[in-house]
Design a protein around this ligand. Structure first.
Ligand code: ITT
Length: 212
């Protein structure tokens, strides 16, 4: 059984469209500090796979504000929890130029203990020696850090606006795509254009081929 590893109920609601027969695993994997989402998701998928012993899918996402050189990016959860999304919107309004461009990005990381065939989607094959050096305890240095992880990327362009809409979660009320905030969209409408929807569409197609 495939497990969608997340503590975020909003992600689960959206992902249902793509996850028939998939269960949520509410597991808080270690989020390593990195400037990119992919290594965070890949490390998380390895850790979650070791924890669950079953195929896992980790979803790491973030809001990248152009005028802030991509900040908060991988720090989006921390910034949401400390400042809040409305403070981020006010900061963007005050400190960056119109049209306050930003993008949402999502990286899905899949790990089932097997290797993957080459395809357009990248595979993270972490350097075993680097992984061993980074790990705190010898128990973790059993080679499983070299597990291949398949990555699927999705991106949605937009801009930061004053909050509108009641739906979605996180930064959705302040993120406008084509004139509509993500919080003003239904989950289906958001999936059709969102970072997560795009990544899931690629993943679902790949998984179907893999399991045929
Ligand atoms: P997990 O790591 O347990 O999956 P999380 O909420 O910590 O849950 P992320 O680190 O991926 O997930 O999320 C980074 C931040 O970006 C967090 O504050 C989310 O609320 C926000 N976020 C992620 N996807 C979003 C989306 O589609 N719309 C609005 N905000 C989103």
């Amino acid at each position: 059984m495939l497990r969608y590893v997340t503590t975020n109920a909003g992600k689960v609601r959206e992902a249902r469209e793509y996850l028939d027969g998939v269960e949520q695993l509410d597991y808080d994997y270690t989020e390593v500090q990195a400037a990119e989402l992919a290594p965070i998701a890949a490390r998380g998928a390895r850790e979650a796979y070791r924890h669950a012993g079953e195929p896992v899918l980790v979803d790491d996402a973030g809001l990248f504000v152009e005028g802030f050189d991509g900040f908060p990016g991988p720090y989006s959860a921390y910034v949401e929890n400390t400042l809040g999304v409305e403070a981020v919107q006010r900061l963007v309004e005050r400190e960056t130029a119109e049209p306050h461009r930003a993008s949402f990005r999502c990286v899905l990381a899949y790990c089932d203990g097997d290797d993957f065939e080459a395809s357009p989607d990248p595979i993270d094959r972490e350097d075993r020696s680097a992984a061993a050096a980074a790990d705190a305890t010898p128990a973790e240095n059993d080679g499983s850090d070299a597990l291949p992880v398949k990555l699927f990327h999705g991106r949605a362009p937009g801009r930061i606006v004053e909050p509108r809409g009641e739906g979605g979660f996180g930064y959705d009320p302040v993120f406008e795509h084509d004139g509509t905030t993500f919080a003003e969209m239904s989950p289906e409408e958001k999936n059709a254009v969102s970072h997560r929807g795009r990544a899931f569409a690629k993943f679902a197609e790949w998984l179907q081929e893999r399991t045929q």
